[in-house]
Design a protein around this ligand. Structure first.
Ligand code: TMP
Ligand code: ASP
Length: 237
């Protein structure tokens, strides 16, 4: 049973339930970019992202990746394990796009021979600065063992996702993961969706993700629905 709100982020709201070991994560239609400076509401966004995340998390579970997902509580809400979120945004990059092309001399579209894993400190107050293992441990954000495990899980997720999306005609330049602790285990938390990944159409190279909103590149509802159609076609029956 859904109870009081625990936390409301930019795109999702977390509620307590009558079971202290479970939360409900609600995917909303609100959308922000550039540290919340640009805001909008996008019809059906919460639904598409919730359904895409559900399908991807179920697919990852089949390949022995542990996630926080228990089951859907509604079309836009997930019942999830209550985890303690590790305050690290794990960014995985396969093709250069976004901030790496602004901060370093690398052209958009450059394919990285080895995937890049980078860590940001998840903190609105400090503007999500980049972290490394030593900073994370010094600040008490994680242990070395956790970071090593997170890195390995992120690389495995990347291998699985690249292949899975390729079959659906989608390239995966980069994406962001978040993890949580539960009973000494690390679970994949948060979401994997059009808000947290770059998805490029394999044929045309067109963005099918939040970059459409960031850079006013077209109809965002249509693009999110297109990704949902390719990943969860059954919801359109
Ligand atoms: P970036 O190019 O802005 O660094 O983003 C890299 C990837 O991480 C991109 O797929 C978007 C995702 N991302 C988030 O989901 N949330 C964030 O706060 C940031 C900075 C990036
Ligand atoms: N997540 C950040 C924000 O909402 C950055 C982004 O995704 O553009 O401001």
């Amino acid at each position: 049973m859904k109870m009081e709100q625990l936390y409301s982020g930019k795109a999702k709201t977390i509620y307590k339930t009558d079971d202290p070991t479970k939360f409900i994560s609600q995917f909303r239609d609100s959308l922000t970019a550039f540290d919340g400076k640009k805001k909008s509401e996008v019809a059906n966004k919460g639904y598409c992202n919730a359904q895409i995340t559900k399908k991807i998390y179920e697919m990852l579970e089949e390949k022995d990746i542990k996630t926080h997902l228990i089951e859907m509580a509604s079309d836009t809400e997930m019942l999830v394990h209550a985890v303690e979120i590790i305050k690290i945004e794990v960014i995985v990059r396969n093709i250069a796009a976004g901030s790496i092309t602004r901060k370093y001399p690398v052209a958009e579209g450059t394919i990285f021979e080895n995937p890049i894993i980078a860590f940001d400190y998840k903190s609105d107050e400090y503007g999500d600065p980049m972290l490394n293992e030593d900073i994370a441990v010094a600040l008490g954000i994680s242990t070395y063992a956790e970071i090593e495990q997170i890195r390995n899980i992120a690389l495995k997720i990347n291998r699985i996702l690249v292949e899975y999306l390729d079959e659906k005609g989608i390239l995966l330049p980069d994406f962001k993961l978040e993890f949580g602790r539960k009973d000494g285990e690390i679970l994949l938390a948060d979401e994997i969706s059009c808000d947290t990944c770059r998805f490029w159409d394999k044929g045309t190279g067109e963005s099918l993700d939040k970059d459409i909103f960031r850079f006013d590149k077209g109809d965002i509802s249509k693009a999110y629905e297109e990704v949902a159609r390719r990943i969860v076609p059954d919801i359109f029956d």
